[in-house]
Write a protein that binds this ligand. Structure first.
Ligand SMILES: *[C@@H]1O[C@H](CO)[C@@H](O)[C@H](O)[C@H]1NC(C)=O
Ligand SMILES: *[C@@H]1O[C@H](CO)[C@@H](O)[C@H](O)[C@H]1NC(C)=O
Ligand SMILES: *[C@@H]1O[C@H](CO)[C@@H](O)[C@H](O)[C@H]1NC(C)=O
Length: 454
C-alpha cells in the first residue's frame, strides 16, 4: 500500500479536527470562544424556520407586531394608544392580554408537519421575547409564562418533541433584556454597574432553558443596551461550550452585547435582514420575515405585505450562494394557527426544494457567486458539481454562462429533467446551453447542474 487514499486523508482530517475542537476548555473571553469551530450540521442545513409567538400575538397590531408593548407604553405611539382606546376597555393593561393567548388550536405536530414540508432543517422558536413572557414554565417568572396563564402549556417543550420527531434541529430564541422588568430597569439606572437582573433572572433562566430542552441553537437578541460584560455573555458561552448538555452540537449567533454583532459569537446575524454585497469570510445567517413588516402575527397584515414565493426563493438562493443560512419567519395567531398564507408559502418552498435542494443543502459558495448571464444566475457548488440557479424565465432556449470553464467531458443537466443537455463551449470562456422546455414551477426558478467544469 502506498499513499493514503483521499478518503483516508479525509478521515484523518475529520478525526484530527474533532480532537482539536474538543481538547482543551474554552475560557470566558472572545478570543477563545470565537475560535470554536461551528458544528457542521448548521452550515449543511442552510434553511430554517423562525417562529415569533408570545403575548404580542394577541393584540397583533402595528408595524412591528412583536414590539406592541413598547410602541404602546414605552414610546407611547399615538396609533397604538388609539388602537387600545378603540378596542379595549379603559384600564386594560398589557398583562391582560396574556390570558387571551389561548393557543386552543396549537398542535405542535401540525406545525412540525409544515416545517418539514417546507424543506427546512431547523426551527428557531421564541422562548422569550422582549416582553419577558416565557413560553415554558420558567421558575423565575412569577407566573408571567405560558403554563401559569394563556395556553397553560409548555409550548417550548411540546414543540421540541414534535420538531425532533421530524428529525429537524431545534433552536431557541431568547431576549437578554426585558423592556419593563423592574430589576432590569434598576440595573440600567445604575449604568449597568449592578447585575441583579443577570444574576437573579437571566442566568438562572438560560441555564434552565438549556438543561431542560437541550436546544441545538441559541438565537440571542435584545443585547444592545448593555455591554457583554454586563450580560456575562462570555461566562455563559464558556459554560455552554464546555459543560452544558449541548456542548458539542450547540450553535449560537452574535448578539451578546453592545458592539458584538458581526464580530463575536458563533455565526453572524449582524442586523435583521442583513444582506451582504460580497462573500463574507465568516458563517452568517439572514433572518427574514414572510410578512415584510413584522415578525409577530398582525391582524392588519395585507396580502401585499407577504413576500411572494419567487421573492422568497430568490432571497434564499442569494443567501446560500453568499455562504449564508436563510432563517424565514412567520408569526402564528394567538389561537396557535400558522396563517394559511404562510403555510402555503412554506409548503411551496418545500416543493421547489424537492427538485432543486441538491443545489442548496450542504453546498458551498463557488469561486464566483453571481453572473448576469442570459438572465442573472447564482452559483453554488458541491463536490465536483457547480450549480447555476436562475430566478427569471429566460423565455428562450439558448442560455449563455460566461464563468464556468468547460472540458470535453463536461456534463450539463437541468434539475428535474432526466436528459443531459446539449451545450457548446464559447470561444473565450463559458458555454452556451440548449435548454429544454422548463418544468413549470410557481417559484419561477430553475437549476443548471454543471459537472466537470471549473
Ligand atoms: C415520531 O413519532 C412517531 C409516532 O409516535 C414514532 O413512530 C417515530 O418513531 C417518531 N420518530 C422519531 C424520529 O422520533
Ligand atoms: C459574572 O461573571 C463573573 C466572573 O466569572 C462572576 O464573578 C460574577 O458573579 C458573574 N455575575 C453574574 C451576575 O452571574
Ligand atoms: C447584474 O446586473 C444588476 C443590474 O444591473 C447589477 O445590480 C448586478 O450587480 C449585476 N451582477 C453581477 C454579478 O454582475
Amino acid at each position: 500500500m502506498g499513499a493514503f487514499s483521499p478518503s483516508t486523508w479525509l478521515l484523518i482530517f475529520c478525526v484530527s479536527s474533532f480532537i482539536s475542537a474538543f481538547s482543551g476548555r474554552y475560557t470566558p473571553d472572545w478570543k477563545s470562544l470565537d475560535a470554536r469551530p461551528l458544528p457542521n450540521w448548521y452550515d449543511e442545513a442552510k434553511f430554517g424556520i423562525f417562529i415569533h409567538w408570545g403575548v404580542f400575538s394577541v393584540p397583533g397590531y402595528g408595524g412591528y407586531g412583536e414590539w406592541f408593548w413598547w410602541f404602546w407604553q414605552g414610546r407611547q405611539d399615538p396609533n397604538y394608544i388609539k388602537f387600545m382606546m378603540e378596542n379595549y376597555p379603559p384600564g386594560f393593561t398589557y398583562a391582560d392580554f396574556a390570558p387571551m393567548l389561548h393557543g386552543q388550536f396549537f398542535d405542535p405536530h401540525e406545525w412540525a408537519d409544515i416545517f418539514e414540508a417546507s424543506g427546512a432543517k431547523y426551527v428557531v422558536f421564541t422562548s422569550k421575547h422582549h416582553e419577558g413572557f416565557t413560553n415554558w414554565p420558567s421558575p423565575n417568572t412569577w407566573s408571567w409564562n405560558s403554563v401559569n396563564t394563556g395556553p397553560h402549556r409548555d409550548i417550548v417543550g411540546d414543540l421540541a418533541s414534535a420538531v425532533r420527531n421530524r428529525s429537524l434541529h431545534y433552536g431557541l430564541y431568547n431576549s437578554l433584556y426585558e423592556w419593563f422588568n423592574p430589576i432590569y430597569l434598576s440595573d440600567k439606572k445604575a449604568g449597568f454597574k449592578t447585575q441583579e437582573f443577570v444574576r437573579n433572572k437571566l442566568m438562572p433562566e438560560l441555564h434552565n432553558l438549556v438543561t431542560r430542552y437541550k436546544p441545538e441553537l441559541i438565537w440571542s437578541d435584545g443585547d444592545w443596551e448593555a455591554p457583554d460584560t454586563y450580560w456575562n455573555s462570555t461566562e455563559f458561552l464558556a459554560w455552554l461550550y464546555n459543560d452544558s448538555p449541548v456542548k458539542d452540537i450547540v450553535v449560537t449567533n452574535d448578539r451578546w452585547g453592545k458592539g458584538c454583532y458581526c464580530k463575536h459569537g458563533g455565526y453572524y446575524n449582524c442586523k435583521d435582514r442583513y444582506s451582504p454585497g460580497e462573500l463574507p469570510s465568516h458563517k452568517w445567517e439572514k433572518c427574514q420575515s414572510l410578512d415584510i413588516h413584522s415578525w409577530g402575527f398582525r391582524k392588519n397584515m395585507k396580502g401585499t405585505d407577504v413576500m411572494d414565493l419567487a421573492a422568497v426563493i430568490n432571497d434564499l438562493v442569494y443567501t446560500v450562494a453568499m455562504g449564508g443560512n436563510y432563517l424565514l419567519n412567520s408569526g402564528p395567531t394567538p389561537d396557535g394557527m400558522i396563517p394559511p398564507v404562510f403555510e402555503e408559502r412554506l409548503r411551496s418552498i418545500g416543493a421547489w426544494m424537492k427538485v432543486n435542494g441538491e443545489a442548496i443543502y450542504a453546498s458551498r459558495p463557488w469561486r464566483v457567486q453571481a453572473e448576469n448571464a442570459t438572465v442573472p444566475v447564482w452559483y453554488t457548488s458541491k463536490g465536483s458539481s457547480v450549480y447555476a440557479v436562475f430566478c427569471i424565465n429566460p423565455m428562450q432556449y439558448s442560455f449563455k454562462l460566461s464563468t464556468p470553464k468547460t472540458t470535453e467531458g463536461s456534463v450539463v443537466t437541468l434539475l428535474g429533467n432526466p436528459e443531459p443537455l446539449r451545450w457548446a463551449p464559447l470561444p473565450s470562456s463559458g458555454l452556451v446551453i440548449l435548454l429544454p422546455e422548463l418544468p413549470p414551477t410557481p417559484a419561477q426558478a430553475w437549476t443548471l447542474k454543471l459537472d466537470r467544469v471549473y
